[in-house]
Ligand binder design. Structure first.
Ligand code: FES
Ligand SMILES: [Fe+2]
Length: 313
């Protein structure tokens, strides 16, 4: 029986970091329970198309090549443009009318490539915002990266972030009184102040302030101020309705400090923090979603969160 009753939420999802797709590069993607292909045309635009050629079904990412701003199928060399239109059939006098391969809306922001998934193919109804610190002077210029494949659903992972009581039981971190959560139309914002940073690096214990924003079901970012000001961007991209590819990217304010040194230190610091995610793993991978959970008053904003999340289906 399915553990989650949701399917894939209608949202923007990170499908690659921008620097993983140079002009002329092609990547096979397996997300949303389907096969897709991403490519960057020579003029720099990224496209995400259905993986299978409408002609006789070759996989466009397996041997497909970028020609100008089109992707050439490896089987009979039909070429597809970024919108999914057929640009050329090299041996045909006439391109049959209405010939196209499905293309997904794509935006590139914060050094990441986002594709829009909608179960009924509807157009995006919100945008991914620019993340604080990204591309700014005095900040790391590229994301430090971690990734995991987890047998859970993005809705469950985001719920974990506002499930205050579990922080104590699972992570050994009592959540301070200074916390809040605000649900907006397509996003929600949360704030935790005055937590103790448990990092042992350099023997320091610092006060930790966190401000986070979740945009749809696929993307969130979180600003932490402790030893460093860091921004943690998390992409939750469904491979299918029960498996999620998690990408965690981190940048930090470095001022005029030496970049390689800071990168190494942030990596060590975040490796400590990544332990938190692993503490949740067994619960995430084995729990099921209770549609009508028994909650108590102190369970915080879980019911509000679920009402907000329901808009993405
Ligand atoms: S299968 Fe793609 S061109 Fe024939
Ligand atoms: Fe957790």
């Amino acid at each position: 029986m399915a553990r989650f009753p949701f399917g894939v939420p209608n949202s923007w999802y990170v499908v690659a970091y921008s620097d993983e797709l140079a002009p002329g590069q092609v990547q096979r993607l397996q997300y949303f329970g389907r096969d897709l292909v991403a490519f960057r045309g020579e003029s720099g635009e990224v496209a995400v198309l259905d993986g299978y050629c409408p002609h006789l079904g070759a996989h466009l990412a397996v041997g497909g090549e970028v020609v100008g701003d089109t992707l050439r199928c490896p089987f009979h060399a039909w070429r597809w443009d970024a919108e999914g239109g057929c640009a050329e059939i090299p041996y045909a006098k006439r391109i049959p009318p209405n010939l196209c391969v499905e293309s997904l809306p794509v935006i590139e922001r914060n050094g990441m490539v986002f594709a829009w998934y909608h179960a009924e193919g509807k157009a995006p109804d919100f945008e991914i915002p620019e993340v604080e610190g990204w591309g700014q002077d005095g900040w790391l210029a590229s994301w430090l990266r971690w990734e995991w494949t987890i047998k859970t659903h993005p809705q469950e992972m985001a719920e974990n972030g506002i499930d205050w009581p579990h922080f104590d039981t699972v992570h050994g971190l009592p959540v301070p009184e200074d916390r809040s959560c605000e649900f907006r139309s397509n996003s929600f914002l949360w704030h935790v102040g005055g937590a103790k940073d448990v990092s042992t690096l350099g023997g320091q214990t610092t006060e930790l302030t966190m401000h986070g924003e979740n945009w749809g079901m696929g993307f969130s970012w979180l600003k932490q101020s402790a030893i460093y000001d860091t921004v943690v961007a998390t992409g939750l991209t469904p491979i299918d309705g029960e498996t999620t590819h998690v990408r965690m990217g981190v940048i930090a304010r470095i001022g005029d400090q030496d970049e390689p040194g800071v990168r190494a230190e942030i990596r060590a610091l975040m490796d400590e923090h990544a332990v938190f995610a692993s503490q949740d793993l067994d619960i995430w991978e084995n729990k099921k979603y209770r549609v009508a959970p028994s909650l108590c008053e102190e369970d915080g904003p879980i019911a509000d969160y679920r009402r907000w999340a329901s808009q993405f289906y």
